[in-house]
Design a binder for this molecule. Structure first.
Ligand SMILES: NC(=O)C1=CN([C@@H]2O[C@H](COP(=O)(O)OP(=O)(O)OC[C@H]3O[C@@H](n4cnc5c(N)ncnc54)[C@H](OP(=O)(O)O)[C@@H]3O)[C@@H](O)[C@H]2O)C=CC1
Ligand SMILES: CC(=O)N[C@@H](CCC(=O)OP(=O)(O)O)C(=O)O
Length: 353
């Protein structure tokens, strides 16, 4: 059977390693290229275990990425945003299709880059070309895309929690609040004092409050589904765990809308989405149900206590490295290539039997 040549640039990072595992077992893929400076010259099997034929592949240095990637039909960039920004124009010019896991092609508003990513965008003409790779909400542009901007991990969970309610016109025009918590792999492999074991273990705190880079991304997605600006506050928290994101979203039902309609909106929106599960109650949405898988679980409840009439709460959970990064990238790859959406992703095993 013909296999499609794929490369992973930034293969030694947390999401690059996750992508290597998934693609090594993908029946339609030949993993042709993995690049990393820290592991250059070493075989994949030395770092990740035997992994069949892929185990023999050696990590190439990052500065050879652009040249070697020309042998690939599609390349996943699991690199920091600035590195992706440098690499993407050349790869596209060489006819290579790209799935970028970083934030460098997600935002339409150019001013958001200096404000939230600390750089001025050097390839603004490519932003319009990039398909935002959140298949459950924006499936149409992915199959024909040359460049897919894979969504951020928090942005994935936040958007999937409330988008169906906004699309169905069930929420009022007041602001939405997203409280989200992530495991530490969300910050990547590079170390910092704040992320050291002694600082993180047995602690819990918010970070980058009112200046997190996923705020404009969530706002862009919600405006896309609601057809209006959606005011929002997003707060990220660091969990003393390795993987997983749980978001709790707070909004208000518009007068006359009911909890049953909100639940039906989630169920209808996600009925044909293989990785989305609507749980009976927000209490049933947890990290154990999703970690190690490409799933996203969601559930909604509305206030019945009378203490806050109209209040609606939605929870959503994902694995930040799978549905929040490498798994979603492979889901997008499957759609770009016209393959079954779940290929390589349906047998991933989480904690639950
Ligand atoms: N971790 C997560 O949960 C998520 C991450 N993302 C995004 O995906 C991308 C990869 O993230 P993640 O896997 O966490 O990152 P890591 O920090 O774990 O890994 C970064 C990778 O990029 C390579 N790299 C290339 N250029 C540079 C550079 N200038 N500085 C540092 N590393 C470089 C590194 O190679 P080497 O060191 O071997 O040379 C390494 O393989 C990022 O843009 C991130 O924002 C998106 C969603 C979720
Ligand atoms: C725990 C933790 O630090 N998580 C990261 C999320 C990484 C991500 O998705 O960021 P990009 O938009 O740069 O791709 C953060 O909050 O920045």
């Amino acid at each position: 059977m013909h296999k499609t040549a794929i490369g992973i640039i930034g293969a030694s990072g947390y999401s690059g390693v996750e992508a290597t595992h998934i693609l090594a077992a993908h029946e339609k893929v030949e993993l042709r290229l993995v690049t990393s400076d820290r592991w250059q010259g070493e075989a994949v099997s030395r770092r990740l275990g035997t992994m069949g034929a892929v185990g023999q592949l050696k990590y190439a240095p990052l500065d050879k990425s652009a040249e070697l990637a020309r042998e690939c039909e599609v390349v996943l960039l699991a690199t920091p945003a600035e590195s992706s920004l440098q690499l993407v124009p050349g790869l596209l010019a060489a006819g290579v299709r790209v799935i970028d896991l970083s934030g460098s092609f997600r935002l339409r508003n150019l001013a958001s880059y200096p404000a939230f990513y600390n750089f001025t965008h050097s390839a603004p003409e490519l932003l319009e070309q990039a398909a935002y790779g959140l298949p459950e909400l924006f499936r149409e542009r992915i199959p024909g895309a040359k460049l897919v901007a894979n969504p951020g991990c928090y942005a994935t969970a936040c958007a999937l929690s409330v988008a169906p309610l906004l699309r169905a016109g069930l929420l009022d025009e007041g602001s939405l609040i997203f409280d989200a918590a992530s495991g530490t792999t969300g910050a990547g492999r590079k170390g910092s004092e704040d992320l050291s074991f002694s600082e993180v273990d047995e602690d819990f705190r918010a970070y980058r409050v009112l200046r997190h880079q996923h705020t404009p991304e969530i706002a862009q997605t919600l405006a896309g589904v609601a057809g209006r600006t959606v005011p929002l506050t997003f707060t990220a928290h660091l969990l003393p765990l390795k993987r997983g994101i749980l978001v709790t979203a707070y909004g208000r039902l518009r007068p006359g809308a009911t909890a049953a309609e909100a639940r039906a909106a989630l169920e209808q929106a996600y009925a044909s989405c293989p990785f989305l599960t609507v749980e009976a109650s927000p209490d049933a949405v947890n990290l154990k149900g999703v970690v190690g898988t490409n799933r996203c679980t969601v559930a909604v409840a509305a206030d019945t206590t009378g203490y806050d009439p109209g209040r609606v709460v939605v929870t959503a959970a994902i694995d930040n490295l799978v549905k929040g990064a490498a798994g979603q990238a492979v889901q997008n790859l499957n759609l770009m290539m016209g393959w079954e959406e779940t290929l390589g992703l349906s047998t991933l095993r989480g904690f639950n039997p």
